[in-house]
Design a protein around this ligand. Structure first.
Ligand SMILES: O=P(O)(O)OC[C@H]1O[C@H](O[C@H]2O[C@H](CO)[C@@H](O)[C@H](O)[C@H]2O)[C@H](O)[C@@H](O)[C@@H]1O
Length: 268
């Protein structure tokens, strides 16, 4: 907590030039068997709303589609959404899709249809519009089947393979990574925090390091959310460690407090 308070103190003097960026699954929401049932941890939405009033940018950067994120975060005004690793963006309420990727919608639709027809029904097929994922969390014995099916489909279609926790995903080849999303999003900011839990979030950490390396005035804060599954993936590279999604509301409230103390004092 002492580290968070110190970093909040350094952030508050540049709060109006600060961006707060969050991964979704395993960071703002707990890992569950059914991806469609996942909701943000109770307490996260009011804390994000409070933060959105204190800093320039608050954003979710996720492998989920923007419409899914929008359904979960409608209560947070001004929250920017980067979906499908940045293929889809909703920065001002309007959803924009990288134009080059649009033809992949039909490729993905065919892959989803084939997966549902060919594979064991215990493998959950997640249709994300421009990408799709096979989930074997409730059927771990099918990991090999899922991974070899997506490998084969990737070779046939040119889609890119992304292996996640209990998940094998096919994404369009031009999909950015979270690092390039962050590098772009932090332009014009003097401070950014990134909260993540998994391997794709490392690229976002690296983007903050690179920016800080080029700009000594820039403060980048890398926060690892050590959920029970991905555990130590980001810990070694982090400035702060949060003990899983359940600890996020308390962490965000402490950050609100750290940013608000200054404003109250500054106002008097
Ligand atoms: O970038 P993220 O927001 O972290 O999304 C990564 C993947 O998250 C989801 O899958 C993971 O969470 C599920 C729900 O808790 C869990 O059942 C699954 O095993 C995890 O891999 C989402 O369903 C995927 O589409 C995302 O790629």
């Amino acid at each position: 907590m002492a580290e968070l308070i110190a970093l909040a103190a350094s952030t508050r003097e540049r709060a109006r030039d600060t961006g707060l960026f969050f991964d979704f699954d395993g960071t703002l929401a707990p890992i569950q068997e059914d991806p469609a049932a996942v909701e943000p941890v109770p307490g996260v939405l009011p804390a994000l709303t409070a933060l959105a009033g204190l800093v320039r940018t608050t954003a979710v950067v996720s492998a989920r589609p923007v419409d899914f994120l929008a359904s979960r975060f409608a209560a947070v005004p001004g929250l920017a959404l980067y979906g499908l690793y940045g293929l889809e963006r909703s920065l001002d309420g309007e959803v924009r899709t990288l134009p080059a990727v649009v033809p992949w919608r039909s490729t993905t639709a065919r892959l989803v249809e084939r997966a549902r027809a060919e594979l064991d029904p215990d493998l959950l097929v997640e249709d994300k519009g421009l990408s799709m994922a096979l989930h074997y969390r409730t059927a771990p014995h099918l990991q090999h089947v899922a991974e070899s099916w997506v490998r084969d489909a990737a070779a046939r279609t040119g889609a890119r393979l992304e292996i996640g926790p209990m998940t094998a995903e096919l994404i369009p080849p031009m999909t950015p990574d979270k690092g390039s999303v962050l590098a772009d999003a932090v332009q014009g900011l003097r401070c950014a925090w990134y909260f993540g839990d998994g391997r794709p979030d490392l690229a976002a950490f690296t983007a903050l390091e690179r920016r800080a390396g080029r700009d000594p005035d820039f403060l980048g804060v890398r926060v690892a959310v050590a959920n029970p599954e991905t555990g130590d993936t980001l810990r070694a590279d982090a400035d702060l460690v949060v003990d899983g999604p359940a600890a996020m509301p308390g962490t965000l409230r402490a950050l609100v407090e750290g940013l608000t103390v200054h404003q109250r004092r500054g106002d008097t």
